[in-house]
Design a protein. Structure first.
Length: 93
């Protein structure tokens, strides 16, 4: 299944209204497309980074997005896994 992952989906600095899909406890402050790609590489999930794309609700910002080919039952599960992996990698730096 193909899924779009925008950084705003897992950004703890954004509200639910702005597009965040995870709870504040699960979300990550200021995630970058590069970090999402690194997390997906660690999880051994195929992805394609599209850097010059804008999230529709904030069309003026070129945040980028990641197109993910995954086997998770829900998008939410995938986002939780990505956010967890980013948190773990930030702790080890």
């Amino acid at each position: 299944m193909k899924t779009m992952v925008w950084p705003v989906y897992i950004n703890s600095d954004c509200s639910r209204k702005e597009g965040r899909m995870l709870s504040l406890e699960e979300a990550v402050p200021e995630p970058k497309v590069r970090e999402i790609g690194q997390a997906l590489r660690k999880l051994k999930i195929q992805y394609v980074v599209e850097n010059n794309k804008s999230f529709p609700a904030s069309w003026w910002e070129r945040s980028g997005r990641v197109v993910v080919e995954h086997e998770y039952p829900t998008k939410l599960e995938l986002l939780r896994k990505i956010a967890n992996t980013i948190k773990t990698s930030r702790l080890t730096k």
